[in-house]
Design a binder for this molecule. Structure first.
Ligand code: ZN
Length: 463
């Protein structure tokens, strides 16, 4: 297997003490040096970077990216093309490369930006970001990656962490692994529990949240039969105007983003982390984009309400409050009648529409669980269908709606499963069912007011 060795060297700059900050510096620049066992013929692509990811540009470099090999500098030219949400910059060799290719550049960081956390940015105590805006991807294939950090410029105790853990890490992955992962460095605090880690900079209030997150990970990884892989959560503090806290999920990791202390609400964060951690296991092919968002996000919503309840880490009041928040988001949504494909096509450009598959999937899966319980007199639940699809997806990455119709249809008939899907995916509103909470919650039909239009609409409330 071809090897890719990366060394990251964060630089350090002292800052004046400010407010209740615990640290006194930041990472203004990062040196990247990659030794890659790759070969490019003349006129072939050596590697590609994202010049723009959605709306986030590639991190500023001090000079042009330098490419060399055993023969010295490799002359190259660049070509840019738009590929969906990404503007890709291809680095094309003007001669054949000989031996190990060395790619190196110095990045000059901007302040840590808003969601999605694709930019590499500095914040008090260090830096956070994803490889989307500063790392290359290679020709299609599987590679053995080694990540290493030179922390000699950082204050004592300073460290560097990749999505898969801290310090020197080796693991295999596809051509884009350096891009689709998170990086953080500096004066990091952390909570570690087995293969789980939570890393953050300069904020004592995060400690209890990190402990809760580790409990959620331990529970969910048992429930979804995890095979013992690492999972890490990072936190970014941004000064950017961000209306609400949120985050971004990438391979086996999540970056939580907050601006103000109020955005560290422990109750809300339990549901958020429970949702994001579910994404480690619940997968489904989603092409064209939007086809299976209802399942991917709906399952994350479903288990992020149900598992913390089963764990006993949320009160009934917290659960009901969360269910009602989700009900208002979905039933009063002015785009409630949009199709799944419309929602998929308007990702990021229409936030109301983007949220539809979450609520639709969530309330529909609550309904599906009720149907399964009724059909089997309580012997089976949605857990059984989910577990079978989970197993199937491991062997067949094309697992999608047809497999859902088959497995769910085994309880209610495939015909009915397909009919329900045709209805909700074309915008018919979903009627929930609270059987999954086994008597703890009940629901009532009320009248709400649709956002934007102020028209009366059905609003299910939970008590
Ligand atoms: Zn999600």
């Amino acid at each position: 297997m071809k090897k890719i060795y990366t060394l990251l060297t964060p630089l350090w700059e002292e800052m004046e003490q400010d407010g209740d900050s615990l640290v006194s510096g930041r990472i203004p620049a990062l040196d990247v040096s990659i030794q890659a066992e790759i070969v490019a013929e003349k006129e072939e692509i050596i590697f590609a970077v994202n010049e723009v990811t959605i709306f986030k540009p590639f991190t500023k470099t001090e000079k042009e990216i330098s490419i060399s090999d055993e023969e010295g500098m490799v002359p190259y030219h660049k070509e840019s093309i738009q590929e969906g949400y990404i503007k890709s910059g291809k680095y094309i060799a003007d001669r054949k490369t000989i031996g190990t290719v060395v790619i190196s550049y110095r990045l000059l960081l901007e302040p840590a930006g808003r969601n999605p956390v694709f930019d590499l940015g500095w914040e008090r105590g260090g830096m956070t970001g994803s490889g989307m805006t500063f790392m290359p991807s290679f020709q299609e294939g599987t590679y053995e990656y080694t990540m290493n950090w030179n922390v000699s410029h950082l204050p004592e105790g300073g460290k560097g962490v990749w999505s898969f853990g801290e310090g020197k890490i080796t693991r295999t992955g596809n051509e884009g692994l350096l891009k689709t992962t998170f990086y953080t460095a500096g004066q990091l605090d952390c909570v570690k529990f087995g293969k789980f880690g939570y890393y953050w900079l300069d904020n004592e209030a995060i400690l209890p949240l990190a402990v809760t997150a580790s409990q959620i990970f331990a529970y969910e990884s048992r429930f979804f039969k995890d095979e013992g892989e690492s999972y890490n959560i990072f936190s970014r503090h941004t000064a950017a105007a961000e209306q609400r806290a949120g985050g971004t999920a990438l391979t086996r990791s999540y970056m939580y983003l907050y601006k103000d202390k109020e955005q560290l609400d422990p109750s809300w964060i339990k549901f958020l982390f429970a949702h994001e951690i579910v994404h480690n296991w619940i997968k489904m092919k989603n092409e064209p984009f939007g086809t299976n968002t209802w399942y991917i996000e709906g399952m994350a919503e479903y288990y992020s309400a149900l598992l913390p309840w089963r764990m006993g880490i949320i009160t009934k009041e917290e659960l009901v409050k969360e269910l009602n928040k989700r009900a208002v988001q979905y039933y009063e949504n002015p785009r409630i009648a949009c199709t799944d494909m419309e929602a998929g096509g308007n990702l990021m450009s229409d936030s109301e529409m983007t949220r539809i598959p979450y609520g639709r999937g969530f309330f529909y899966l609550m309904h599906a669980d009720g149907m399964i319980r009724k059909a089997t007199h309580g012997k089976h639940t949605l857990d059984d269908v989910m577990q079978r699809l989970l197993e199937e997806e491991k062997n067949n990455p094309d697992t999608g709606n047809d497999e859902w119709f088959r497995e769910y249809g085994a309880y209610i008939t495939e015909e009915l499963a397909r009919m329900e899907y045709d209805n909700f995916s074309n915008g018919k509103e979903v009627i929930p069912d609270v059987s999954c909470f086994e008597g703890a919650v009940s629901m009532v039909k009320t009248t709400g007011k649709q956002r934007e239009t102020d028209k009366p609409c059905v609003l299910w409330r939970f008590v």
